[in-house]
Each structure stands twice: as C-alpha cells, then as structure tokens.
Design a protein around this ligand. Structure first.
Ligand code: GLN
Length: 529
C-alpha cells in the first residue's frame, strides 16, 4: 500500500476512534501525531535553517515506498548518521573519512522500526563519530537549536556562531524532534549524547540499560558504553518506539538474551513494595505513592546554574506531590566519573577507529607518496587518517592511544577501570532493587521494603544550551557539559532526560535514572513527572 493511501486510512481510522493496534501496548501521546508527509513538509521548510538532517527522502520517495502496517504505521523517524541504513542514504558519521559510505546492511533497530510500519525520513547531523557535546565537529557544519528564533537572530545581527547549540553529539536528532521534522528519532548515547541534546532542545531523550537495544549497525565509538537511544516529544512516544526495538538480537553478542530479559522482568515484578504504579488500582491523586526518589548530594556541583537548581527543586516537589518519598542519597565517587569516562572512551575510540585506514574502511588520501621505502608507505596511512578525521577526533585517538600505552596505562586506564567499578557498586548500594547481573542476589525479595531508592533525580546539564561561540577556547569546559550524564553511562544503567523549565527562554532538562534493567519503572515515573 502506498504511503498516501495509508496516511488517509490512518486519518479515517482516527476519526473512527481506533487508538490501539492488535498485539501492542499503546501509550497515548499528548501531542497530535505527525505523519510522514507532514514531517517532510516541515523538513523542507525548516531544515535549510537548522541543518538537522545530513540527508532526507522526498515526498515522492515516501509515496513510492512500501512499508508494513504495524504499531508505528506512518511514523516519520529520523536516524542519526552513525546508524546504518541500507537504502539510498549515507552512514557518514559526519566524518570526511566516511562521507560517501553506504552500508551494505541495515541496523537491526532500523529493520525493527520499518517492520512496525515506521518510515526513516532522513539521517541526522551529529558530532563526528559521536565525539562532542555541541554538534559542531561535523562535516555538515553545526546543527542549530530550533529554540533560537531565526528572526531574532537577524534583528540582533547575530552571526551563525551566536546561535544556540542543539547539544551533541545527537544534535540533529534532537533538533529534528523539537522542530516537528519527525515524530521520534534515534540517537546514540555513549556518555550523554541523547540526553544532553534532548534537554537543550526541550524534548525527551532516553538512554536505556546497556544491552537492551541491539547495536548491530551502530558505528562503534566506545563499545563498553555505546547505546542506541530514543528521542520524542513525550515519554509515551519514546515508550512506543522502545517496545518495538528493545528485543534480543543474535547479530549483537552484547544485546541482552531472552533469559536475562526474563530474569530482569521477574526481579522487577517481584518487588512487593511497588504494586500501585504499574497496577490498575493506581490512585489518581498520588499515582507514584510507593516510589522512593533519591537526590544525590554529589550532583550539586559548582558549575550548576541557578535555573538548573531551581528546576531540580521543582522536579523534586512535583514528585513529592505525585506521592513519592524524596530522600537524599550519596554517591561519593561521582566527581571522578568525568575523568574516568574520558580516559576509557578515548582508549576504546582509538582502537575502534583504527579500521578507517582507507583499505578496510573509509576514503583514501589521493596524495601519492613515493612508496619505495617503508617510511613513505606508512605515510599513505598517515595522509589518509590525517585528511579523514577532524581535529577533535584526531586529538582523542592520540590521547586514547597514549592512555593505553605501557607507560601510561597504570596511571590512567587501570585507575579509570577501578573508578568505573566503584561507581557501579555505589549505584547498586543506593537502589532498592538488586542488580540482575550480580549472581548472589536472591530472586524472591523480602516482603518489607528494603532501604534504598527506586529512581534518582538530578539535572541533565548544568544549565541551558550555550551559544555556539561560548567556551570556544576551552576544551575542558566543553567536556564538563557531560558531568551529569556520564555516571549512568559508566554504570550501564537506564537514564532519561525530560523537559523541565527554561532559562532565558531556552529549555532545561531533568534526568531520572534507575537500577540496571529497570527501564519500565523509569519510563513510568518519567511519564507521570
Ligand atoms: N560528549 C561526550 C563525548 O564527547 C558524549 C558523547 C556521546 O555520548 N556520544 O564523549
């Protein structure tokens, strides 16, 4: 069935009051749905200004494409440029090294979405290979935050650098959702790249538990941290996409098996102290009455702005009003998370990006050195990699290689691994639910409520989106943007950013995090908040 016929049928079925589809839970979005054709109209109107898409399909292509009927029928979805899509679009990772690369296979997540009826409307702008927080390290140039009105930009004589960043690295995906150019978007989150841009663009950004969504077809940055994440205007739409893509995948050996998923489900539903939040007898006035929320003391960092603090307080009060018990908790190793993250992510990146040598993958330099001696032959690799990678990626490859060298690993790599383990243990200590990965915990929990919290609440970033020109010279200040997001990445636990107020007209985000595997409870609390 062609897309326009399907769109019509969908419109009719909405009139007839059909809200659910056989075989799938439906979460009702508070927003009017965006159809594929509406998204493509918005793209042609807004993308020239926002630069959110690296490539997109045309209405004619959308009409000609066949797709299945399913729970995501006629959902326009944007996909980050580091997730492989097979048909007619490049998987460039916003890098010169892969600028014309088309993948011979498609990511499992994209297959799942298409099978459910969704249409991929385009590939989104990003920081090269996912490395950055402002979407400015990109061969396509920066994407812009839709919350800076273009007219104001002209009247004030602002240059493009004075516009606000959408955040990164999945900046194009967040901008696309915020500007109505898609209904949901896929991004990747290694240390915060879904949550940070979601917060800065005023949309929802969800990083599930590590291993929950297949990464087959996601181009690797830091393999022990990389996750596929979901963005949408509200939690209901995020959940609808999550239900489709959070399935086992034999093509990804790091994707949770069915038996681990079953174990997690059994554990989460055996919590005697939480019955209401999921159950039919939920109280209208206090729907989260059995949930205990932790406020981690160590997240009160110096860099936290007054509006972010205010939004955090308001979020805690709101959860209390929904019936939650709000308590203070301590995660003492939080201050070490950022340096540990960067040491580990760079080390993994230096090894993952070794494959872009112009032979196995990537464009090859045209400069022809005299290859009669060996030194000149290796010059070919140096030219290829020097031309293919941008300055930030080169810096990280060099530092990551150094971090793993025999001279430096005991000072950087090994301590960072230890810090990571301590951070994981600290999270296990504050959550009431045991970690499903620890072998010793009993499957049947005691009837009384244990000490410990069900979710944690803290800001997604220290403030609202900076202008592209801010912090221009300070790399460290740029890395500090990730201070609130990397601990959950190191621990592999689920975390979600939801819109929570504004500072000078720019959106702020609040983050909720939960125990490993407790994604459903996290989404439930986020939906209420
Ligand atoms: N900003 C972080 C980094 O540059 C996070 C990136 C990500 O999550 N892909 O490493």
């Amino acid at each position: 069935m062609s897309r326009s016929v399907r769109a019509l049928r969908l419109k009719l079925s909405r009139h007839a009051g059909f809200q659910t589809y056989a075989g799938s839970r439906q979460y009702r979005s508070t927003f009017a749905p965006i159809t594929v054709l509406e998204a493509l109209e918005a793209i042609s109107e807004r993308n020239p200004e926002l630069n959110a898409f690296a490539s997109h399909i045309t209405p004619a292509e959308a009409n000609a494409s066949e797709s299945s009927e399913g729970p995501l029928m006629d959902w326009p979805i944007a996909v980050k440029a580091n997730i492989a899509t097979a048909r007619s679009s490049v998987t460039s990772c916003a890098s010169r090294a892969l600028y014309a690369y088309t993948s011979p296979f498609q990511a499992t997540v994209v297959d799942s979405l298409e099978r459910a009826g969704a249409a991929v409307v385009g590939k989104t702008n990003m920081d090269e290979f996912g490395m950055g927080s402002k979407n400015k390290f990109s061969i396509y140039g920066s994407a812009l935050n839709p919350h800076t009105p273009a007219l104001v930009a002209k009247q004030d004589g602002m240059t493009e650098l004075d516009r606000h960043t959408p955040g990164g690295s999945s900046g194009g995906s967040a901008a696309a959702v915020a500007a109505g150019m898609c209904r949901a978007a896929l991004g990747s989150d290694t240390g915060g790249s879904v949550r940070l841009p979601a917060a800065w663009c005023g949309v929802v950004g969800f990083k599930p538990t590590f291993g929950r969504i297949s990464r087959h077809g996601l181009v690797a940055y830091g393999s022990s941290l990389d996750t596929v994440g979901i963005m949408a205007r509200d939690v209901a739409d995020v959940q609808s996409v999550f239900d489709i893509v959070a399935v086992p995948d034999p093509l990804d050996m790091t994707c949770m098996t069915s038996s681990l998923r079953a174990r997690i489900k059994a554990l989460a539903s055996s919590r005697p102290w939480i019955t209401q939040a999921h159950g039919p007898n939920r109280s209208e006035s206090a729907p989260l009455a059995e949930i205990r929320v932790g406020i981690p003391e160590e997240y009160w960092v110096n860099e936290l702005s007054e509006p972010a603090l205010e939004s955090w307080r308001a979020g805690a009060s709101r959860l209390a009003a929904l019936g939650c018990e709000v308590v203070s908790v301590s995660l003492p190793h939080t201050p070490s998370a950022l340096p540990a993250y960067y040491a580990l992510a760079w080390a993994e990146a230096s090894s993952n990006l070794a494959r872009y040598d112009g032979i196995r993958y990537g464009r090859r330099s045209d400069i022809r050195p005299d290859t009669r001696n060996l030194q000149n032959a290796s010059q070919k690799y140096a030219n290829t990699r020097g031309e293919g990678f941008g300055a930030e990626v080169q810096r990280r490859i060099l530092l990551g290689t150094y971090v793993m060298s025999s001279a430096a690993s005991e000072h950087y790599f090994t301590p960072s691994q230890k810090i990571r383990r301590l951070i994981q243990e600290e999270f296990d200590n504050v959550f009431a639910l045991p970690n499903a990965l620890s072998a010793t915990q009993p499957l049947a929990l005691s009837a009384s409520r244990p000490l410990g919290v069900d979710v944690l609440l803290f800001p997604t970033a220290t403030g609202a989106a900076p202008r592209l020109s801010d912090q221009e010279d300070s790399r460290v200040a740029n890395y500090v943007n990730d201070v609130m997001t990397v601990p959950a990445s190191l621990a592999g636990i689920p975390a979600i950013s939801i819109p929570a107020g504004h500072a000078d007209g720019m959106p702020l985000g609040l983050q909720l995090a939960a125990q490993y595997g407790d994604d459903d409870l996290l989404l439930c609390v986020a939906r209420h908040l």
